[in-house]
Unconditional design. Sequence first.
Lengths: 435, 435
Amino acid sequence: MRPQDLIRIKRDGGELSAEVIGEFIAGVSSGSIPDYQAAALLMAVFLRGLTEAELSAWAEAMLRSGRVLDLSAVPGRKVDKHSTGGVGDKVSLCLAPLCAACGVPVPMISGRGLGHTGGTLDKLEAIPGFRTDLSVDAFIRTVGEAGLALIGQTSDLAPADRKLYALRDVTATVESIPLIASSIMSKKLAEGIDALVLDVKVGSGAFMKDLERARELAETLCGIGRRAGKQVTAFLTDMNQPLGREVGNANETREAIDILRGGGPDDLLDLTLQLGAEMLILGGVSNDLDDALERIRKARRSGTGLERFRRCVELQGGDPRVVDDPAGRLPRALHQHAVTVQGAGTVAAIDAEQIGVAAMLLGAGRRSVEDRIDHAVGLTMCVRLGDELRTGAPLAILHYNDESRRAAAEAAVRSAFRLGPGPVTPPPLVYEILH
Amino acid sequence: MRPQDLIRIKRDGGELSAEVIGEFIAGVSSGSIPDYQAAALLMAVFLRGLTEAELSAWAEAMLRSGRVLDLSAVPGRKVDKHSTGGVGDKVSLCLAPLCAACGVPVPMISGRGLGHTGGTLDKLEAIPGFRTDLSVDAFIRTVGEAGLALIGQTSDLAPADRKLYALRDVTATVESIPLIASSIMSKKLAEGIDALVLDVKVGSGAFMKDLERARELAETLCGIGRRAGKQVTAFLTDMNQPLGREVGNANETREAIDILRGGGPDDLLDLTLQLGAEMLILGGVSNDLDDALERIRKARRSGTGLERFRRCVELQGGDPRVVDDPAGRLPRALHQHAVTVQGAGTVAAIDAEQIGVAAMLLGAGRRSVEDRIDHAVGLTMCVRLGDELRTGAPLAILHYNDESRRAAAEAAVRSAFRLGPGPVTPPPLVYEILH
């Protein structure tokens, strides 16, 4: 079928066959179909949507544009977790070692931060020497030896997705649930996993601001995964305030290590336990939730999770001493500055996106993909939703190296908080779980 | 504004400012905005539409991408006619000389045929030596001397339209009323005319198959023209059968000359008179319809229309003897073949598009823009809607040079006719006139 005939079908709301979608994605990937035809189809898909069958074919075609990893050499059911992105979300760093310690191998291929959201790779690269660009063979070896490995997208996994994503970015076709879902799932299915836990964030710091859209995305993701023969569980979790206290790279890694060492903030621990327990169930090492939770807790208490993380850092070229002395071994910013509240009241709302923007403005994140980041900078949140504040109380501590960046970040932090008169009930951490 | 931000506004159903549209069209024209962003916007416009203000800004921006002709050296109000395209539509060739003879200069820039529709330029080029690629100066001089000139689109008129049209063709964004209308009007407004008569064809051989869509297109075209300060009248006319008897190039030109010589078929004459009378009114040489019709009839009777055509042919490099001996001077096909009816009955419907396709299959038209055409070939229609046919009566005569092309054309002609039992009321020639 000529590309324009395929575009016409989708333009008019029709359904494309798997064969036709396969040809199109292969053509985009090889370059035989020019970008302008791909762009027209992306806009038609944005406005007309994809049916379930089209979604599966689309994700499958992107998956097949590259290599699919074979992790059969690693014993056990391999389970990954994917978050749709938020502010302060360092759960992967806590979760993967704990699951590995409980016998569930976690082959995790992650992304970098862009805009207000952070990226797992950036956080890990705050560890001196840590390499996220392992070869596929080294990745598989690391999963086998440490029980986990955390790397970046390699160029041979779902290359069509990379090409289409770059095009979506400049054609205003990013915010489409079918396109987002097939992009995520094509990469996750290429990891060669058996099961997947999804953390779909909802709220002011998330991509999805309301529960309904988040649920639609979660259901779409689950559908693609299940039709591809994988077990998938999706959690809809709160992102109306940063997760944990730290936002940045070195400070988030430090906070994640704190969790593995038995400390850390309650919300981060709670989410780690819940997602981790589900991974143990999907991984087949536990049959019920209480048992699974207890196994994760035990891996934390006993330090076996921390040891897995140490081994992973070591195998990936990083300085393993960070697990014993994170404060001393991770980079630190030169300056600290407390942003204090003007007036008094109860924290009624936090625009978590603005908190992420503040971190980006300090240098912790990227405005565009080619920006360099400063691993040492970020901020520490001092308050949470529902807290009562007196005049002059600190809202957040900025950690920065460049004085010229402070004012804009401070303004962003200040603009993120809305105080109210009365008691405020904080949102639940987990809204729904879709099995 | 970044192109992706502008695309986003249209994608979400918002309205673009004239300034932003101007920047975009200029960017497409200069190449600073890549094709893939243009393609995404075209699809968003296809699915979301354009408001009146956006339409005007879009057409104006395409107009401004090139040169606007200055015809002030030619006295009088300049009036053009544009048809949206049909089968056997040679009205321009009859009309322009008659209007010129009545004192209304007609600067006509036309297109070539594609698919089942013929093009005025192709018909004229059947005249030995006739050149449709005059320079702008020669074009203006010819309008001044002959009262009419008939040329092709020059590369400096609305170049953005040419670029966008090529992109629409391969991105399934052709059949959009706002995009069609702004494309037509940008080229017509670039001619430097004072007024325009539109012939929007409706029916089986037209681009618009139903009256409602045709009316929408007519209203859209009129709106753009009027907001640009031009007088515009639109006729909605029937295209449920070919106009006149001849379909092809040399034979259509011959039929048009017949009209100028006092002969020709009734329907072609009638439409020529009606459209021509309106041009005289818009051109300010007549105040009422009866007077205008009489002037056109007189120009035909007296042969002054024919003389204008002769002068135009001469000035454009063609052999002026065609006007005295069209049958002898225009190319003729080697073979004739009558397609006869199987069975008997009344002609209840004609798929005029299939008649156009039959002519194209004989070599009179183009399947794609790079195809060469044979000016000598085509077909002569023997029946019209409502005619009663006996078994074996001829439906059409094929004129062809290449025997291998006959069978497919014959099948197309045969498939175009539907016979019924009873009396059939033929459709009116003119459905509506929008002033």
